[in-house]
Design a protein around this ligand. Structure first.
Ligand code: ZN
Length: 153
């Protein structure tokens, strides 16, 4: 089964190809350390027949991986803190917007609804005033709408 063999951990070929010196020089650090982490975790020093050089290399790679993880962790924690601060600012902003919206709604609803004359578009505070106006100014319309009830199609 060649497929499972190539996926088997630890990936000794990968570990052999990787150079701690290149990682120290900052070459392809993130990708490399991401790639070897599973293999480092899979190494069983009792099962494998490892020479002292291989063990030293594994130790160095492990240290580099730990350094990398710690660095990543501190970056993530900073990111988390700045996101939390941003979230707080957004919450305050949302509260303020809701307040503004409520105030606007209240000030919008404070002027009473007006009744517009369909014939001349003049505004009236009550429907009684509008009906009076219609009877005075547009007697034909008033009569027609009275005759047809509420049906004004
Ligand atoms: Zn009118």
């Amino acid at each position: 089964m060649p497929e499972t063999e190539s996926e088997a951990l630890p990936d000794w070929k990968l570990l052999a190809d990787i150079s701690p010196q290149l990682i120290d020089r900052g070459i392809a650090v993130t990708d490399t350390l991401q790639a070897i982490l599973p293999s480092i975790l899979a190494v069983d020093a009792d099962d494998e027949e490892l020479g002292i050089d291989a063990l030293k290399k594994l130790l160095r790679l492990s240290q580099q991986a730990i350094e990398y993880l710690l660095k990543t962790q501190s970056v993530l924690m900073e990111e988390r803190d700045s996101r939390a601060a941003e979230l707080d600012r957004n919450k305050i902003q949302v509260k303020k917007l809701i307040n503004d919206l409520m105030n606007k709604k209240m000030s919008n609803s404070s002027p009473p609804d007006t009744f517009n004359c369909p014939s001349c578009n003049k505004k009236f505070l009550t429907d009684v005033f509008l009906m009076d106006h219609q009877k005075r100014r547009h007697p034909e319309t008033a009569k027609a709408s009275e005759a047809s009830g509420e049906d004004d199609q």
